[in-house]
Design a protein around this ligand. Structure first.
Ligand code: DC
Length: 229
């Protein structure tokens, strides 16, 4: 059966990565979390003292950008891919608040994007890949056979994050989360390089009122349509 490229883009906290991971497992494709790559570059900057508050030592980062090797390896116990930075498993470190709060700055730098996009394109050369991010259908794989743009209302995304935190026993404030969701939407859509934008040929998936099961059924239907075209 022919293998295709699947690009899943969209707003933060839409459940993109869970959806992409799940779809990849179901259809036997490789899953790549492109956001994890920007997070790994951010961690490299922190570890090498290239970030001070909001200031990034762009000249130093540019000199070392080719020293940053990012790869993914399946973790047998979780069944999910872990992110490696220069051979070291950094899956947990890249999810910290420290990295989350700096990653928008790093992912807005043009030469960082050029380097990551080149790596992502290399990873997808053989097709049979599901990649999620912000610019996959527009910049990384503009020829992807299946492009999905995921959205949900800011209020629903904030509520989902609030519930997630509460479940983990973390005290959360809904209004603060909603503000953060709206701010990230703004930053993602308005940055100069590769802003978040629906590709003209992407299918819009608003999952505000869909169950996980309904969403999965929709995705599999689109996948089967795409591979038989
Ligand atoms: O999906 P995420 O929250 O882990 O992404 C982390 C950051 O990286 C987020 O600020 C958006 C950015 N990103 C990007 O600019 N382009 C991508 N293809 C993926 C993520």
């Amino acid at each position: 059966m022919k293998k295709i490229t699947i690009a899943i883009d969209g707003f933060s906290s839409c459940g993109k990565s869970t959806m992409a991971k799940d779809l990849a497992r179901e259809i036997g494709y490789i899953y790549i979390d492109s956001g994890a790559m920007y997070r790994a570059v951010t961690l490299y900057c922190i570890q090498n003292h290239l970030i001070d508050g909001e200031h990034i030592d762009v000249d130093q980062l540019k000199q070392h950008i080719n020293d940053i090797q990012i790869s993914f390896q399946l973790n047998a116990s979780t069944g999910k891919p872990d992110t490696y930075l220069n051979g070291v498993n950094v899956e947990n470190e890249i999810r910290t608040m420290e990295v989350s709060s700096k990653v928008s700055l790093v992912s807005a730098i043009d030469f960082v994007r050029t380097a990551m996009v080149a790596e992502q394109q290399k990873m997808g050369r053989k097709k049979g890949i599901v990649m999620d991010g912000r610019d996959i259908g527009t910049t990384v794989f503009p020829d992807a056979e299946l492009k999905i743009f995921v959205t949900a209302s800011p209020e629903i995304r904030a509520q989902r994050r609030f519930d997630e935190l509460e479940q983990k026993g973390v005290k959360a404030n809904y209004d603060e989360i909603l503000e953060n969701v709206k701010q990230r939407d703004y930053l993602d859509q308005n940055r100069a390089v590769s802003p978040l934008k629906k590709a003209d040929d992407a299918l819009l998936l608003d999952n505000s009122h869909l169950t996980i099961g309904e969403q999965k059924e929709w995705l599999l239907h689109q996948f089967h349509k795409a591979i038989t075209c």
